[in-house]
Design a protein around this ligand. Sequence first.
Ligand SMILES: *Cc1c(COP(=O)(O)O)cnc(C)c1O
Length: 393
Amino acid sequence: MSSYHQDTLLTLLGRENTRENYGFGSVSAPVFRTSTVLFENYEAFEQAMDGRYKGITYGRYGTPATHALEAALATLDGAHGAALTSGGMSAISMALTAFLQAGDHLLMVDTVYDPARNFCNGELARYGIETTYYDPLAGADIESLIKENTRVIYMEAPGSLTFEMQDIDAIVRVAKKRGIITMIDNTWATPLFFKPLAHGVDISIQSATKYIGGHSDLLVGIISFSQACEAPIRRTLKYYGVGVTPDDAFLVARGLRTLGVRLRHHEQAAMKVAGWLKGRAEVDRVLHPAFPDDPNYSLWKHYMDGASGLFAFKPAVNPSREAVARMVDGMKLFKLGFSWGGFESLVVPFYPARVRSVIAHEKDEILIRLHIGLEDVGDLLADLEAGLRRLAA
Ligand SMILES: *Cc1c(COP(=O)(O)O)cnc(C)c1O
């Protein structure tokens, strides 16, 4: 299977032998909505009780749709296995919980997805787990931050909102030497543009809510793991009762079929829009690692096979709150909302200083993040041009 090119894989994964497996030749694996699974006899029930039963035992532990999707994602990620969670955020919190305990220390990248920072500071701290934030460009220097009790090094590349890359190999080398688990949030690149496990990262985390789902109509998270990491992850998910509905798994699998064509469109459209923004007087700088003049370009080029449709820009003059409101309230296509990776374009202004503790930003600095959807690029540029005029007025 994995000898096929990725675009072919995307059409095949998770739909093996539907006639043999489900008695029906539907193109996709079917959805079985169930909590209870009826056992054929007492012996089968006994096998289920002590973990020897081969089939589906209870809805929370997975159904054909979730198992098919997990197998598909594991193959795509080149991972030993994959587990689904109720969203990218729970994939992050469950992966961290699986490997950390009271008295442990976590090295967390400063550019992490902001709600994950809140989880570390609010929740992990409550359980006696200490977090140190590090510069995404630390590379091998991360070794100086390692303590006796450091158990996990967490990466995200490029980082949320500000798009700093990381030298993943350098960090993995140090972690392996010191026996530390590495994790990365790979939501921006998806496994099509970057495969963390091929670089020795132990765990890859994704929000399938974004590009894999692709239609802003579901919340699913993915944890892909090496063989050595399987048991702690499966155990933690079981203890916390984390599961995904067959309907959501089905929708994620459907998103997989078009991920390749969508992602390439997002990439090209975003490069056009970002390139256009670079030439505008209202723009100071574009934060997008796939441009040769971006400080993150060489690392991006080294690690990634492509760029997705999410980036940010810094206005030439730091705008007032009123100017930002004028800009976003008047947008016709770029709508104001959280998340990204769907077919629709989005805009989000943010204050980077509020979500960083290592990288310095001016307190009142405002950056603007764009997600470039599948609309016509000319229409998007017209919307943005009018928006920039309102921002600079
Ligand atoms: C959105 C996002 C998440 C959280 O995903 P949900 O599916 O919304 O829970 C995690 N990491 C990154 C980088 C994200 O952008």
